[in-house]
Design a protein around this ligand. Structure first.
Ligand code: AHR
Length: 322
């Protein structure tokens, strides 16, 4: 099952080899009955991302009827758009994108539509018109932020509490919506936002930004909201290096619930985690097959999330799959 766009396929294959794609390239191979899917992943910024990539690769396997052309864009929007353009040039059967940022997708999504290649979004959303993609499978980031904010409001909202925030990648739906949900939940409480900066969803980013917060505000910081576990884990190093005790001197709420985050929660270094489920592969693969079969699919599929205390983490850690 392949669309062949002549010489463009060569350009596409070349571009993919330059941007770190793995898997079988589409375009000029014999028809083998498999569905060729180009997957434009954000990068490998976090434990959540690794689990998501693993889930996608397992679901888009040859045993399940797919050939996966995988690209990780190192969190660079231009590289991700270039990868999608390569998939179009190769004439893949469908394209799956985990969009790094919400904006900037109109042109390339229009190009995919003009080429007759359906696009399915996974994980994050875009600001482009819904007509430009077939479906989205992801998480309710605003609700995740709201749940984190509710916990903060319930536990610290009745007396003055200084908060700092480690934001995710600037312009990503995950960061934008979590910020909106959290701000809404702490509105009208005594929580005072001292500062809020991006750590780009990485451990290193979280550590560096937290070091800056600690230099500026020192022990005035009482509460940290990190948009993901990895930034919170990076912040732990900065907090300990400043001679403070994470989970005690500075209370910490994060989002994701990957293994290392749950371990920090079980150890009492984090105080609360809102889940963001990365295991989306099977759902996305089912949507791709349905779209290609001409079936009507839901425009949005939202995967439910939980939230965990220290006791939950101790109980769940031994059986957590990621
Ligand atoms: O889009 C989901 C977010 O992206 C996860 O919370 C974060 O860890 C990842 O990098």
């Amino acid at each position: 099952m392949k669309k062949i766009l002549g010489g463009l396929a060569v350009v596409g294959a070349l571009a993919l080899s330059l941007t770190g794609c793995t898997g079988t390239t589409g375009g000029d191979a014999a028809d083998d009955g498999l569905i060729t899917v180009g997957f434009a992943q954000t990068g490998s910024e976090s434990g959540w991302r690794s689990a998501n990539t693993e889930s996608m690769k397992a679901a888009f396997s040859e045993e399940n009827g797919f050939k996966l052309v995988f690209n990780a864009a190192d969190n660079k929007q231009e590289a991700q758009i270039a990868a999608v353009r390569s998939f179009i040039n190769q004439g893949v059967d469908a394209i799956v994108i985990a969009p790094i940022t919400v904006d900037g997708w109109d042109d390339v999504l229009t190009e995919a539509k003009d080429a007759g290649i359906p696009v399915i979004l996974e994980d994050r959303t875009v600001s482009a018109s819904e007509d430009l993609y077939a479906s989205w499978v992801g998480l309710d980031f605003q609700k995740e932020g709201h749940t984190a904010g509710e916990w903060a409001a319930e536990n610290f909202g009745s007396e003055p509490t200084n908060l700092v925030v480690l934001e995710g990648t600037t312009g990503s739906s995950a960061a934008l919506d979590r910020a909106t949900g959290f701000a809404d939940a702490i509105k009208g409480t005594s929580i005072n936002v001292l500062d809020s900066q991006t750590g780009d969803f990485t451990r290193d980013g979280g550590k560096k930004v937290m070091e800056g917060f600690l230099q500026k505000y020192g022990s005035d910081i009482q509460l940290l909201f990190a948009h993901n576990d990895d930034m919170g884990l990076g912040a732990l190093d900065a907090i300990k290096a400043a001679g403070l005790v994470p989970g005690q001197d500075i209370k910490i709420v994060t989002i994701d619930a990957v293994h290392d985050g749950m371990q920090a929660l079980a150890d009492g270094e984090f105080n609360y985690i809102v889940e963001c489920n990365p295991i989306l592969g099977e759902k996305v693969a089912a949507v791709v097959k349905a779209v290609l079969a001409g079936e009507t699919v839901d425009k949005a599929t939202i995967v439910p999330d939980g939230a965990f205390t220290q006791e939950d983490a101790v109980e769940l850690l031994p059986t957590r799959p990621y």
